[in-house]
Design a protein. Structure first.
Length: 252
């Protein structure tokens, strides 16, 4: 929405907020790194003709925005992640890759760095640790798994072109692997405490997988259609290949 707040233009058309229409709105209804104060707002345009996930109000109808503690926690974490990407744009692709690898088998804030398919993920994990320390854990609304997921959404949101879509964090409370009684192993295959870099071993699609097997993997693991699988393959254009992490050896 574009909106006016009591005579002043809202920060952007993608501000964090919760429209009070009743029902059960998600944690974030629309996104930005800009803060949005609670108060009365006047809507006058449905942005980009995208259907909102809540009832559409008539032009110039006043609605109330209420910021919950959960939403403010997400907003604060999102702002810190956005600063990381601003300082080092190459982290954007790494955050997206981290989130995908984390969510194979369940989004639990853990990857197994002993798995060669997870090579190169230590950098984004380390980059996000200060955000996790500041915004996740005991006494907070977010988990490390939530932060990792939010990092992917924030990265994609920041790198979009002019045809924008929203990437709201609709749910929080993902359970970290160390709290889910998962089994994690060390180099000697002995059971060890789970952590962000020592997660359960999970099967990943190999680099030379056939197109048929690729579609089958994403359908079985995530319920993706062929169209959705092609779209997520296109997400590789956000980052760039690191030869040392590719598993391919030989002359350039």
């Amino acid at each position: 929405w574009h909106c006016n707040q009591q005579g002043g233009l809202c920060p952007t058309s993608q501000s964090n907020g919760q429209v009070v229409f009743g029902g059960d709105p998600p944690v974030e209804n629309w996104l930005s790194t800009w803060p949005l104060a609670a108060g009365s707002y006047r809507a006058f345009l449905l942005r980009n003709n995208v259907q909102a996930p809540w009832p559409v109000v008539a032009a110039s109808e006043v609605f109330q925005v209420v910021l919950t503690p959960e939403m403010m926690a997400v907003q604060a974490a999102r702002a810190d992640i956005a600063q990381l990407v601003t300082d080092n744009v190459k982290l954007a692709g790494k955050f997206l890759r981290l989130s995908f690898h984390d969510c194979i088998g369940g989004c639990d804030g853990c990857v197994d760095l002993l798995n060669i398919e997870n090579r190169g993920l230590l950098e984004p994990i380390q980059a996000l640790r200060p955000v996790v320390s500041a915004h996740a854990g005991a006494g907070t609304f977010l988990s490390r798994a939530d932060i990792w997921m939010l990092s992917a959404f924030t990265a994609i949101d920041m790198l979009q072109g002019p045809q924008r879509i929203d990437f709201p964090l609709r749910h929080i409370g993902r359970v970290n692997c160390e709290d889910a009684q998962d089994v994690c192993l060390n180099e000697d295959l002995a059971q060890v405490p789970c952590s962000d870099t020592r997660g359960p071993h999970r099967h990943h699609p190999v680099a030379d997988i056939t197109t048929h097997d690729l579609f089958e993997f994403f359908n079985e693991a995530f319920g993706f259609t062929i169209k959705q699988t092609v779209a997520i393959m296109g997400a590789h254009t956000i980052g760039e290949l690191q030869r040392e992490n590719s598993g391919v050896e030989g002359p350039s």
